[in-house]
Write a protein that binds this ligand. Sequence first.
Ligand code: SF4
Length: 273
Amino acid sequence: MIGDVTTPTSQTTPTRASRKPRPDAALANAVDVALEAVVDAVGSADVGEHLGHQNEGERVVSHTFDCTRPGYRGWRWSVVLTRASRQKRVTVDEVVLLPGPDAIVAPEWVPYLERVQPEDVGPGDLLIPEEDDLRLAPAWFVGDEFTDPLLDDRPARQVADELGLGRVRVLSMWGRDEAAERWFEGPGGPEAAVAVAAPGRCRDCGFLQRLAGPLASVFGVCANGGVPDDGRVVALDHGCGGHSETTLKKSQLPPELSSPVFDTVGSDEIEPL
Ligand code: SF4
């Protein structure tokens, strides 16, 4: 039975805060009213056994019935009953179908931008950022309408665009921090397996190409064509076996070959038997 109100035992004295309010007795007993309402709404063929009741508030109780409609295994009809103060007459608030713990329900909705993974985007596909994408910030907060009399009457933004200086939006601080976090925790970060086993760090590798801007103190770009990280952003604390100063330890060197032995014995030096 669901929705049973637990009755405190004599050993445990519930506090005022932990005591559950009792369901209204008249509403809790009105199973026939609830059954009539649900049968009236959906037909008797879809209504199964009474599963219980639960208190929903002051003089509000819901009764639950199993749903026997094909395809709705685990779903339940819930009939909410109420009555006015000092009135015995029970009235029906609503009849709804609700999923039970074993019900098959649709997976939670995920916006398409979160669903699409980088590997899903192929040549020719468009991935349009949302208008209010937090990763981007307007490049021009002020001065958009500003007109410089020395540069004729065109807005400053238009002049900047013509000079190749302007971008409509640039990376916001939020977008930059998000990218930095992703890169740091990704395959180019210090915790990547290849970095943990590496003999040196990227910060002192000759193949590291430094970046400009605020990310330069943490990241660079690997320019070693012989390793998988070539062309990728790597953390300065990342590393790999292709580090420019990598040398083998003595124990890793191949064993030295012994000196060659020249066999100078000719057939004329062999005594016949
Ligand atoms: S070769 Fe290795 S250590 Fe050097 S920059 Fe690239 S990833 Fe870093």
